[in-house]
Design a protein around this ligand. Structure first.
Ligand SMILES: Cc1ncc(COP(=O)(O)O)c(C=O)c1O
Length: 397
């Protein structure tokens, strides 16, 4: 089982051209390769597809339980506890329609107008957007990697003021591809406890960690110190079901859980996650981790190949990510802004990647581009060939 799942022949471009949106195949001009949004080019594990087909077969799509299917909540807690040592109770798990929704719900539940939130810069735009949506004020903390490949948190305490209410933790980190050391997680917890701050802990990338690194959840450091940690997990990155919009929030205290539930509007049925998404989610967690493990082996080869090739290109440097399927090369020496670089790469080399602009990651991303390599080796190679040719023609050594 699990052999040859990630070969080029399994990338169904015809289907992707119809179904993969968000800067990907269905949105780009024919002939352009999109190594853009973090969404795999491979079909899901057959177990997910079969679970959906079985559910669909009898033709009933009745209301599901207001707070989510019990089997789903149990599967989530079991998986977080057995795989990541997180001490999660299924009663404090809320299935929701995406990690993005979870972040918005958390921000809207704990923030009041004008509250400051520490948002790393760069990081995925959803941290900033969820803060702004709740009328909070994002305070950007410059996230730079230290010599060990961890984000240097030595200055973090200086960004905390009397108005700070929450710290956002993206673990593993998109776009830097970094995991966190125990010392760094301890530091974040200590600061949060000392200043009575919430932590928005986004673990959507927690499964995509390479053999030379290790994922450590802040929750594994103990329930007592994590009372104000509110976590999200999603199924888009590990299992490739972004279009099903599935995710969950998990808390450690009943009171805040109740507030989140109330804000979710799930009891009134105005909010919630579809039954189909939950059925898929159960199949992900209970049956498809073998697929994720094969996927990581494939990704690790793609990662090593991409980083080696990028570092050979004129004026480009690229660090090796410990996690995620994203590389974040530094293109600042080319003299182009990341926006110009990306626009020209798309027009002249027919390769689409994500620019390191404030819109996507914060102002600290400038001078970088982000490349997603959750595709076949052949597509990645073709993309990098195009980039290298273009770099050779346009950028001196
Ligand atoms: C760090 C992070 N959080 C959340 C999301 C959104 O996930 P979802 O599709 O579950 O909303 C992403 C997607 O790229 C992400 O990278």
């Amino acid at each position: 089982m699990g052999k040859n799942l990630f070969i080029h022949e399994n990338v169904n471009k015809e289907a992707l051209k119809k179904k993969a949106f968000n800067y990907r195949w269905a949105e780009i001009e024919d002939g352009v390769i999109p190594l853009t949004a973090a969404d795999p080019d491979f079909p899901v594990a057959p177990e997910i597809k079969n679970a959906l087909i079985n559910y669909i077969n009898d033709g009933y799509f009745s209301y599901s339980p207001h707070t989510g299917l019990e089997d789903f909540k149990v599967a989530i807690a079991n998986s977080l506890n057995s795989r990541k040592n997180e001490f999660v109770s299924s009663e404090l798990v809320l299935p929701i329609d995406s990690a993005a929704r979870g972040m918005f719900l958390i921000a809207n539940t704990v923030l009041e107008e004008g509250d400051e939130v520490i948002v790393f810069d760069p990081v995925d735009y959803l941290f900033r957007e969820s803060t702004l949506n709740a009328k909070g004020v994002p305070v950007l903390f410059p996230a730079k990697l230290d010599n060990n490949g961890y984000i240097d948190l030595s200055e973090l305490k200086n960004y905390i003021t009397k108005k700070t209410r929450m710290i956002c933790l993206c673990n593993p980190h998109n776009p830097l591809g970094a995991v966190y050391s125990k010392e760094n997680l301890e530091l974040i917890l200590d600061l949060a406890n000392e200043h009575d701050l919430w932590i928005m802990n986004d673990e959507i990338w927690a499964d995509i960690v390479y053999s030379d690194s290790e994922f450590l959840s802040i929750l594994s450091l103990g329930v007592e110190r994590n009372k104000k940690t509110l976590s999200v997990f999603g199924f888009s990155k590990s299992f490739g079901i972004a279009g099903l919009r599935a995710g969950c929030i998990y808390a450690h205290e009943q009171e805040i859980f109740n507030k989140i539930l109330e804000n979710s509007n799930m009891i009134t049925t105005a909010g919630g996650i579809t039954s189909l998404s939950q059925i898929a989610g159960i199949a992900c967690l209970n049956e498809s981790y073998y697929w994720v493990e094969e996927f990581i082996k494939h990704l690790e080869k793609n990662r090593d190949y991409a980083v080696e090739r990028l570092n050979k290109m004129n004026k480009i440097t690229c660090h090796l990510p410990s996690a995620t399927y994203l590389v974040f090369p530094n293109i600042s020496e080319t003299g182009m802004t990341s926006e110009v670089f990306v626009e020209r790469l798309k027009e002249e080399a027919k390769l689409a990647v994500v620019p390191g602009t404030a819109k996507f990651f914060g102002p600290g991303a400038e001078g970088h581009i982000r490349i997603c390599y959750a595709t076949s080796f052949e597509i990645l190679k073709e993309g990098l060939d195009r980039m290298e040719d273009w770099v050779n023609k346009n950028i001196d050594k």
